[in-house]
Each structure stands twice: as structure tokens, then as C-alpha cells.
Write a protein that binds this ligand. Structure first.
Ligand code: XMP
Length: 312
């Protein structure tokens, strides 16, 4: 049986020896990076700077929620709003791989500035075992360029510290509970955020629509299903497809939103979630009433493979 207390105590001792100077971590507020940050903070205290980069592609209220988590955890932290920089860098770009690469590069640029400023010598990452274990000949890397795996250290001249390297997700969740971090029950969220849930070109209007639609899906799913019965991931994708609809007695030509909910253990394979129709209907009604520009909602019933979980 995995013992979170024992793991944390031993890791702190190890880290005190390993880290001789300042360290920095890019923390999304997700389970892995927050747990990694907390363990390192317990070892080196203010010598760790916890950074949240707000790309502008975050979920509704994300920066605020993350700040609450950071404050409660007692971190020395910085929330950096770089949303203007990110959205301008994506102007006119519709290709999914290009979008990911641009976001990855921009992230490194912003983060590097802060690391230099803080005079950091070490880079902490919340890498867990499934992030680096080869799975079926590196399929994971070739399908989509997941920029959070190995992306930062190659570019930045910092020594890498990965306190969770040998752990699996359920063990990291146990540590989060033990450390009383509020992150244990959050669903995974991709690094490039809403930008890859907007098919085609990203602009401010589309980001706002995607953000609202994602918030509605999360709210309704979390209201209806407790943690044990929830899908592994549940979100909305804004499609470039427009279709005809009616609002009152007016003909409208509006956006289409696809809802995706999947069950999975590690994201490598997934089954579409057999959601109850009343939940889907509630989501659809809310999206089409609260987001005026959307007049059609569809449900994605594809497994992975052949589809991936995200649409880009
Ligand atoms: P796919 O879409 O490849 O996603 O089936 C598998 C899992 O990975 C998440 N995902 C990402 N996570 N950076 C991340 O940190 C990324 O660029 C990224 N792309 C996909 C996805 O949400 C799912 O959980």
C-alpha cells in the first residue's frame, strides 16, 4: 500500500540535499504540478517560486481559483497574465500542430523571463510515470506534440527536479489529500487549454464562447454526477461549422458546439461516456440560451482510438 506521509517525508529529505539554490515551477493548479510544488516548498520554502502563466485560454475563473489554491498552500507565487501575447501570436493560425507549437514556444519565452528574473537554478516539474514511460513505440508523442512533456528543460538551462517521477495518478491524488490541497478532484486539462478546443483560428470572441460552453458542461456534469460516477473528462469544443436555426421568430446562422465526455484510466485509450439524456438536454438548453451565438449542440460518441480525446 502506498503511504503518502512516508513518501512526502522521505522526499523532503532528499530534496533538501538535491536543491542548492533557487527553484521555479510552472504550476497549472492541476494535481501533479501543485503536489510537486507543495513537496518542494516544504523542503526549500521561499526559495521556490510557483508561477501560473495565464495564457488567456484557461477555464472560467481559473486564474482566480488557482490563486486561492496557491495562497492556501502558502506558496511564494506569481500569477502572470500573458493573454494578450498569446492571442496575438495565434492570429491567422488554423493548423492544430502549429497552434500547439506556437503556444509551447510562447510559454517557454514567458516562463524563461520569470526564471531569469528570479535567478532560478532548478526547474521543478510535476512529471509522473505515465508521462515518460514509453507506450507502444512512442505513439503518444507522434500523434500530438504534447508540449508539457520534456518541452521546458531542453530550452531552459536549469537543473531538472521531478519529485513525482515514479508515481501514478492515484498515488499523487493520495498525496494531495494528505497535504490537504484542494486539487485532488479536478479533471485533466490540456496545457494549450481552450485554444485546442476551438477548431480552426482562435480569436477573442471564440475563446469567450468556448470558455462559457466549457463552464456550463463542467457545472452540469459536476452537479449531476458525484466524483466516483463522473466521466474522466468532460468538455465542449467550438466547431467552425455554422448552421441555420431560429431564435424567437428570427432565422439565425449560429455556431455549433460539440460536447465530449469520456471514460479513461490514463488518457491513452478512452470510451465515450454514456451520459444520461436529461443531463445532455440541460447542457444543450443552457448553452443555446446563455450563449446567444450558438444554436446547435452535438454529442461526440467516438471512442479513442480511432479519435483522440481532444479534437486537435
Ligand atoms: P488526446 O487528445 O491526445 O489526449 O487523446 C489525451 C489526454 O491528454 C490531454 N492533452 C494534453 N495535456 N498538454 C497536456 O498537458 C497537451 O498539449 C495536451 N493535449 C492533450 C487530453 O486532455 C487528454 O487528457
Amino acid at each position: 500500500m502506498f503511504n503518502p506521509e512516508k513518501f512526502v517525508q522521505e522526499k523532503i529529505k532528499e530534496l533538501k540535499n538535491e536543491i542548492r539554490g533557487k527553484a521555479i515551477i510552472a504550476c497549472s493548479g492541476g494535481v501533479d504540478s501543485t503536489v510537486a510544488a507543495k513537496i518542494v516548498e516544504m523542503a526549500i520554502h521561499r526559495n521556490l517560486l510557483v508561477v501560473f502563466v495565464d495564457t488567456g485560454f484557461m477555464r472560467k475563473n481559473e486564474a482566480k481559483n488557482v490563486e486561492v489554491i496557491f495562497r492556501k498552500a502558502g506558496f511564494n507565487y506569481r500569477i502572470v497574465n500573458a493573454s494578450n501575447e498569446f492571442i496575438s501570436s495565434l492570429q491567422g493560425v488554423a493548423d492544430p500542430e502549429k497552434k500547439r507549437k506556437i503556444i509551447g514556444a510562447k510559454f517557454i519565452e514567458v516562463f524563461e523571463r520569470i526564471a531569469k528574473d528570479f535567478n532560478a537554478k532548478y526547474l521543478v516539474q510535476g512529471t509522473i510515470a505515465p508521462d515518460w514511460i514509453e507506450s507502444g513505440g512512442g505513439l503518444r508523442d507522434t500523434i500530438k506534440s504534447h508540449h508539457n512533456v520534456g518541452g521546458l528543460p531542453k530550452e531552459i538551462n536549469l537543473k531538472l527536479v521531478e519529485p513525482l517521477r515514479d508515481l501514478y495518478k492515484d498515488e499523487v491524488r493520495k498525496i494531495a489529500k494528505y497535504l490537504k490541497l484542494d486539487v485532488a478532484e479536478r479533471q485533466p486539462f490540456p496545457g494549450p487549454g481552450l485554444a485546442i478546443r476551438i477548431i480552426g483560428e482562435v480569436n477573442r470572441e471564440r475563446v469567450e464562447i468556448a470558455r462559457e460552453a466549457n463552464a456550463i458542461v463542467e457545472e452540469e456534469v459536476e452537479k449531476h454526477y458525484d466524483f466516483e460516477h463522473r466521466p474522466w473528462q468532460y468538455f465542449a469544443v467550438l466547431l467552425p461549422v455554422r448552421s441555420v436555426g431560429v431564435h424567437g421568430d428570427k432565422r439565425v446562422y449560429g455556431y455549433t458546439v460539440a460536447i465530449r465526455m469520456v471514460e479513461s484510466l490514463d488518457g491513452m485509450t478512452a470510451a465515450y461516456f454514456k451520459a444520461e439524456h436529461n443531463v445532455l438536454e440541460k447542457i444543450s438548453n443552457r448553452i443555446t440560451t446563455e450563449i446567444k451565438k450558438v444554436n446547435r449542440v452535438v454529442y461526440d460518441i467516438t471512442n479513442k482510438p480511432p479519435a483522440t480525446i481532444e479534437w486537435e
